[in-house]
Design a protein around this ligand. Structure first.
Ligand code: SF4
Length: 332
């Protein structure tokens, strides 16, 4: 087995300096990285432990938003009273992910950076995976692709992003705070993860040596009226076939504003902007919700094993919207 050198960072600047000097990888909870290391997919020579940095606070912002430190655990965020009250969809997404033990270790930063669970990527016995070995091909395209993408895929990769949390954050207009050798910057969550195009090995827009320091949730009063619906093969410890995060601002029997994002359908959390536009300022009817479901998967391109995801996603969007509308006194 290959040996790894390990450093524990004192603070954010120390972590960035260690990464800059040695080209090291950051490790937080390690719930995905250590699995990838054990299977030989990741082979870091140096690790910088950032798990004990003072980045785990969940703080209220003056405008009513929240700043969530990147080292806050999935359990801490999912059970936080302010998150539950103001951003219910985020709490539900987190508590629907993984297991209690994993949620107790996994961090917000690590959750955003987790790799796809495409089985051809995760098993080095399969020779062709452009994400693991750029230019080698894609065994999933003609293989067993029931779990794979129906939106935004390319001929180089049809993997899906596995995070539940990121789907909720996409619906909530979250911002990712980064710090690296060139200073600090913020990236909207919807632009943080990439579509595969011809470089599926790049999951995100993060630059070498950059560390995620926080996720910011802007004030969104109607995010109290929100819901995360996850459809999966078994009731726990399974990745989404399809998931939907919705938040709805109701104006009597109409939709004043709405956010919809889908998981399990693309290489990144998929914001359904067309469906949102269709719903805004419209009276709620069953027909309107059905049209929103269709709009959410507009342009879908199924593979041989996953055409079922199109109707599943349509129905999931409708059901998630119905759940929020009925819970808040609306009728549909
Ligand atoms: Fe690799 Fe992407 Fe193809 Fe899966 S879908 S085998 S991750 S290139």
């Amino acid at each position: 087995m290959q040996s790894i050198s390990y450093d524990r960072a004192r603070d954010v600047n120390h972590a960035i300096e260690l990464a800059r000097q040695h080209g090291a990888k950051f490790i937080g909870g390690g719930t995905n990285l250590l699995d990838l290391y054990k299977s030989g997919i990741e082979q870091p020579l140096r690790l910088v432990d950032v798990s004990r940095l003072a980045l785990s606070a969940i703080e209220e912002l003056p405008d009513g938003g929240l700043r969530i430190g990147a080292m806050a655990t999935n359990t801490a965020v999912g059970t936080d009273p302010l998150v539950r009250q103001r951003y219910r969809v985020l709490s539900e997404a987190l508590l629907n992910g993984a297991t209690t033990q994993l949620r107790n270790m996994a961090t917000v930063g690590g959750n955003l950076l987790q790799r796809t669970r495409c089985h051809y990527f995760n098993d080095p016995a399969f020779a062709h995976c452009n994400k693991r070995d750029p230019g080698s091909g894609c065994d999933a395209i003609d293989g067993h692709n029931r779990m794979h993408a129906i939106l935004g895929a390319s001929e180089h990769c049809i993997a899906t992003h596995p995070s539940d949390m990121a789907v909720a954050l996409a619906a909530l207009d979250a911002l990712v705070h980064l710090q690296g050798p060139d200073g600090e910057r913020q990236v909207p969550l919807v632009d943080f993860h990439r579509l595969p195009e011809d470089h599926p090995e790049q999951d995100t827009v993060i630059k070498p040596g950059e560390l995620i320091t926080a996720v910011e949730l802007p004030a969104m009063p109607f995010a109290r009226n929100s819901h995360y619906l996850k459809v999966r093969d078994r009731a726990s410890y399974a990745f989404a076939l399809v998931s939907v995060a919705v938040a709805v601002d109701l104006d009597g029997g109409a939709v004043r504003d709405v956010r919809i994002a889908l998981g399990g359908v693309a290489h990144k959390p998929w914001r359904a902007l067309g469906a949102e536009a269709l719903l805004r300022s419209q009276a709620i009817t069953p027909e309107l919700l059905a049209r929103a479901g269709e709009a959410a998967v507009h342009g879908a391109q199924p593979r041989k094993d996953n055409a079922f995801k199109i109707e599943l996603a349509q129905r999931a969007v409708v059901r998630a919207l119905q759940t929020v509308i009925r819970k808040n006194g609306g009728q549909v």
